[in-house]
Design a protein around this ligand. Structure first.
Ligand code: SF4
Length: 288
């Protein structure tokens, strides 16, 4: 029998408090038909930053961001347009023109948007592979650093940045850099935040975040437990909802609420009308 290949990334790990949500996301590959403009604008800015750190050319990085965003129809009610992003990139480059943060090079490759794949679990039914893309692995004054770029419209800089102190995404990247890329245990993390405010983009970086050995061990144990939970749910085809505790997310309802709010016999109709199915491949989404 062919085993089911499951690609697990930091985003899908974050959905696993509700296994129904995890299944909709990863196994069913359900994506709401309406696009999230702020998410696509964030991806465009990431592409601009990658070009800035690799090519050091303002026009090239503005073009990269614009080319990406132009694939989508800009809604009327947003201030984050292609022009806004170009100005934001200009402001970012001005602010950090003498930046001592530099990307690392490994075997001739700059560690920008570094993809990884790591086998985590296998049984008779499934194979789970940890995958993802790390925005930036670099060095700041001799400190090995994982940097994650975060774009947001939040107006609360300090509380936004403080929210990442125990981020599963950073813990995942910390695990990858130590165990897969084998760059050593002395690695820390930092959030490079871009605030898309109406009055103009603002930039702020978090404190340097280092994880204790206890946190790292606990996270690895949790990853192993998650793999076992996925295997059990898959074998039983039973997907518990976790007492509905995560149906409300930080910025609104879970994207699958329209499905869960109707009787089971109507759920497939809602899926057909409001969602598109695609194979869940985080490495492919990040290339698009
Ligand atoms: S709406 Fe609630 S129960 Fe339904 S998938 Fe989302 S988190 Fe799970």
């Amino acid at each position: 029998m062919n085993k089911k290949l499951i690609l697990l990334d930091a985003s899908s790990i974050a959905t696993s408090s509700c296994m129904r949500k995890w299944k909709f996301t990863v196994l069913d590959g359900l994506v709401p038909d309406r696009i999230s403009w702020s998410m696509e604008a964030g991806t465009a800015f990431h592409k601009g930053l990658k070009a800035f750190y690799s090519k050091k050319d303002l026009q090239v990085c503005q073009q990269e961001a614009e080319d990406y965003l132009d694939k989508f129809l800009c809604p009327d009610n947003t201030h984050i347009t292609s022009t806004y992003l170009s100005l934001a990139l200009l402001a970012y480059i001005k602010k950090y023109q003498n930046d001592i943060l530099k990307p690392l090079q490994l075997d001739g490759e700059l560690l920008l948007e570094k993809t990884f794949k790591f086998p985590l679990y296998s049984d008779d039914n499934i194979e789970i592979v940890l995958v993802g893309t790390i925005d930036f692995i670099g060095e700041l004054g001799g400190q090995l650093l994982i940097v994650d770029h975060k774009t947001t419209s939040s107006t609360y800089k300090n509380s936004f940045l403080a929210g990442f102190r125990l981020s599963p995404q950073l813990l995942t990247y910390d695990f990858v850099v130590r165990k897969i890329l084998k760059l050593g245990d002395e690695v820390s993390c930092m959030i490079n935040a871009i605030f898309f405010w109406k009055a103009g983009a603002q930039f702020e970086r978090s404190e340097i975040i280092s994880f204790t050995k206890d946190l790292r061990d606990t996270y690895e144990e949790e990853l192993r437990e998650l793999c076992k939970k996925i295997a059990c749910c898959y074998a039983a085809n039973y997907w518990p909802v976790g007492c509905f505790t995560v149906c409300k997310e930080e910025y609104g309802p879970c994207r699958f609420q329209p499905i869960c709010c109707v009787e089971p016999e109507y759920q497939q109709n809602v899926i057909d009308i409001s969602y598109t199915k695609r194979i869940y491949n985080p490495l492919q989404f990040q290339k698009d």
